[in-house]
Design a protein around this ligand. Structure first.
Ligand SMILES: *Cc1c(COP(=O)(O)O)cnc(C)c1O
Length: 394
């Protein structure tokens, strides 16, 4: 039988059957517009509110602080652009980090062209934000700090509680892109003093194109999409009822299965990391050894080209990634790997493997064996490796 092993769950996940099943009636049976007044549409309005409750509960938030969007990118854009506008009288300075997703980085660049100043704080060699640098970046005109909860490439989990405390002491809004973290690690918006939080259904076995932005009560945030009065007049557009049901069902399921699922993933991840590092010479793990997403492993292999590695893995039925999906296809090495201090040539030889709930130990065993074979095959063709060996290295 031909193998198919999907290890790119940071890019997207398979929708769970129970999620799809919960969505289906809202396409064909209960298709009314939740804004309509007749009884037929009432079920839709109620179901949307129920999903808001589920999500709020998962975060320790209130239901009226959850705003549905079309996914993580929209939520990130909304948080930054609308905060910049609503707080422009206080200042125009925003602090974020060098390792954010492009939905934050490119929004930051856009805002810089439109009168804002953005500071991109450094991370250390593990990909953890340097808190001292973050504190030093704060100015009287700083209106927003945006730091991702966990990184999508190297998996490092940030000290969000500490960052929230710093933001609070300085009376600055705190946004976090929790697209990778939501559903994988417990999040409490009050404990971490989070004012805004982005998440996306398709990263937690839900459908693509739907997500939410948590906005703490009292935060002055303008409408992002203008039109009808949906989402408390802050995000116009007929509610994506099936998508929202999918998001809510995926959230409920992720919370319910979190402990067991991530426990199993963590064990497999560590098995993968330990064997790769011990059995493949000149390899390194990128990201924090322990403060990392339960399903993320990111390696660099010296003398190997990441793209070639991906193609060869694909031929063996293994789906993986060399950086974020958005940077694949371009020749620039990942901004995240450069930010943790990897030289270009090593960043180029990187591989991200992100496990899913269906990944088995047998899959991982096959991946390790295949990887060993491919890496040594590629090295045999590398003139740089040949020189290295000639110089007496092993
Ligand atoms: C996937 C991802 C996004 C984008 O979410 P979409 O729903 O695909 O728009 C943003 N931030 C992070 C960290 C992500 O992993």
């Amino acid at each position: 039988m031909e193998r198919f092993i999907y290890l790119d769950n940071a890019a997207t996940t398979k929708a769970a059957p129970e999620v799809v099943e919960a969505m289906l009636p809202y396409f064909t049976e209960y298709y009314g517009n939740p804004s309509s007044v007749y009884g037929f549409a009432a079920k839709n309005k109620n179901v949307v509110d129920e999903q808001r409750d589920v999500i709020a509960k998962a975060l320790g938030a209130n239901s009226n602080e959850i705003y549905f969007t079309a996914g993580g990118s929209e939520s990130d854009n909304w948080a930054l652009k609308a905060a910049a506008e609503a707080y422009k009288d206080k200042g125009r300075h925003i602090i974020t980090t060098k390792i954010e997703h492009h939905a934050i980085l490119h929004t930051g660049e856009y805002l810089e062209k439109n009168g804002c100043e953005v500071t991109y704080v450094d991370v250390d060699e593990n990909g953890t934000v340097k808190l001292e640098d973050l504190k030093k970046a704060i100015r009287p005109d700083t209106i927003l700090i945006s730091v991702m909860f966990a990184n999508n490439e190297i998996g490092t989990i940030q000290p969000i509680e500490e960052i929230g405390a710093i933001a609070q002491e300085n009376n600055i809004l705190f946004h976090t892109d929790a697209v990778q973290a939501f559903g994988q690690i417990p999040i409490d918006v009050d404990r971490c003093n989070i004012d805004m939080l982005s998440a996306s259904a398709h990263k937690l076995n839900g459908p693509k194109g739907v997500g939410f932005l948590y906005i703490r009560k009292g935060v002055k945030i303008r409408s992002f999409i203008h039109g009808g009065g949906q989402e408390r007049k802050r995000r116009a557009g007929t509610s994506n009822v099936p998508g929202i049901v999918g998001l809510g069902t995926a959230t409920e399921r992720a919370v319910r299965t979190m402990e067991e699922r991530t426990g199993k993933e963590r064990e497999l991840r560590d098995y993968l990391i330990d064997r790769v590092l011990s059995e493949i010479p000149h390899s390194r793990l990128n990201g924090h050894r322990t403060e990392r997403l339960p399903n993320n492993a990111n390696f660099s292999f010296q003398f190997v080209e990441g793209e070639s590695l991906l193609i060869k893995l694909d031929m063996k039925g293994i789906c993986a990634s060399s950086g974020s999906a958005c940077t694949s296809g371009s020749l620039d090495p990942s901004h995240v790997l450069l930010a943790i201090g990897l030289p270009h040539e090593i960043a180029h030889g990187s591989l991200r493997l992100t496990l899913g709930e269906e990944t088995t130990k047998e899959d991982i065993g096959y991946v390790i064996d295949t990887l060993k074979e491919i890496v040594s095959g590629l090295r045999e063709m590398s003139p740089l490796y040949e020189d290295f060996i000639k110089k007496g290295h092993k």
